[in-house]
Design a protein around this ligand. Structure first.
Ligand SMILES: Nc1ncnc2c1ncn2[C@@H]1O[C@H](COP(=O)(O)OP(=O)(O)OP(=O)(O)O)[C@@H](O)[C@H]1O
Ligand SMILES: O=C(O)[C@H](O)COP(=O)(O)O
Length: 338
């Protein structure tokens, strides 16, 4: 999901409960009862009024502080109330299994619990990547923050044949190579870590060779494609350039397994969508198994009108798929296994 203008984790106000219930009702072919709270009077009355086969929708669980609390007792108390409304629990929200939230982690401990079809499919696919992926195994990483993806880069480096890095995070790597990056996104405190990764990768981390350098972060900004080692001091890189797309496409040629997370540029602004489009198209031409992971990457595939069926799998989890590949224990999966 794109977070432009909206902090991560803050629900999008356009998805009101009534509109979600209406859409769900259309899909299921029957009216959906909905409560305007999570465990309060409205929720209890709505659930009590259900007949066999009926469906009820509760208000967004994250509106209740008990859902996301770091305090086990607070989360547990909320989970007790939620579990009191049900007889069994099914988790089909793969995108949230990396969250130690009440509805993800604590409720399954209180009820007979099951994984839904989506969660099972996601885990089956991602397990292929953590097992013995067919080689060459190439990972394409983009998006905005190196610090968010550092752990996954560390974990993947010994396993991949190549790691292609674009998006906002490439500038910290370019800086680590000794290049100036102008006003581009830079995580200065990560430069040393990136330098260390580059030296350990021994050529397996591939960086852009040109970038679209703009005067400002805007769709109508002036911009030019410049070499990645000559970004003017007053410009910011908002996309990888055509030579980089060609370089990444060539690197993807021998791939048999590809995992892609994170757009190559600010694809939400039309002039800076070419890098993401070009690399995505190159991934669709790979003669092998391709996985797109991440809300923003999946959003880019849709927003750019690319053929979704040309990818082997489009994961609904951004953070969840990355943490799975890192080898971390995902609270939502662990809870289902107990
Ligand atoms: N050069 C750039 N400068 C600034 N922002 C960029 C640049 N390239 C890409 N982005 C932004 O990065 C954002 C996506 O970053 P993020 O790290 O959240 O990706 P993601 O992992 O696919 O997302 P999610 O966690 O939702 O799955 C996009 O909104 C895009 O505009
Ligand atoms: O739990 C969430 O907020 C969503 O599933 C997205 O999480 P992510 O941005 O870590 O993928």
């Amino acid at each position: 999901m794109s977070h432009l203008g909206r902090p991560k984790g803050v629900p999008d106000p356009k998805y009101t409960l009534a509109s979600v219930a209406g859409r769900l009702g259309e899909l299921l072919g029957k009216p959906i009862a909905f409560a305007n709270d999570t465990v309060g009077e409205s929720a209890r009355a709505t659930v009590a009024g259900l007949a066999s086969g009926d469906v009820a929708l509760l208000e967004n669980l994250r509106f209740n502080p008990g859902e996301t609390s770091k305090d086990d007792a607070v989360r547990g108390a909320f989970a007790d109330e939620l579990a009191g409304l049900a007889e069994a629990y099914v988790d089909d929200a793969f995108g949230a299994v990396h969250r130690k939230h009440a509805s993800v982690y604590d409720v399954p401990a209180r009820l007979p619990h099951f994984a839904g079809g989506l969660v099972l499919r996601e885990v089956e696919v991602l397990a292929k990547l953590t097992g013995q992926p067919e080689r060459q195994y190439i990972v394409v990483l983009g998006g905005s923050k190196v610090s968010d993806k550092l752990a996954v880069i560390e974990a993947l480096l010994p396993k991949v044949d190549k790691l292609l890095v674009g998006g906002g995070m490439c500038f910290t790597f370019l800086k680590a190579q000794g290049h100036e990056v102008g006003k581009s996104l830079l995580e200065a405190e990560m430069v040393d870590t990136c330098r260390d990764l580059l030296s350990r990768a021994a050529g397996r981390i591939v960086l852009p060779v040109d970038v679209a350098a703009a005067t400002s972060f805007a769709a109508d900004a002036s911009w030019d494609v410049v070499p990645a080692d000559a970004i003017p001091a007053d410009r910011l890189g908002l996309d990888i350039g055509p030579e980089s797309v060609a370089l990444f496409a060539e690197a993807l040629g021998p791939a048999k397994t590809v995992f892609w997370n994170g757009p190559m540029g600010v694809f939400e602004l039309a002039p800076f969508a070419s890098g993401t489009r070009g690399v995505a198209e190159a991934i669709t031409k790979v003669d092998g198994f391709t996985v797109v992971g991440g809300g923003d990457s999946a959003a880019a595939v849709r927003a750019l009108g690319l053929d979704e069926s040309a990818f082997g799998h489009i994961s609904t989890g951004g953070g969840a798929s990355l943490e799975y590949l890192e080898g971390k224990t995902l609270p939502g999966i662990a809870a289902l296994e107990h």
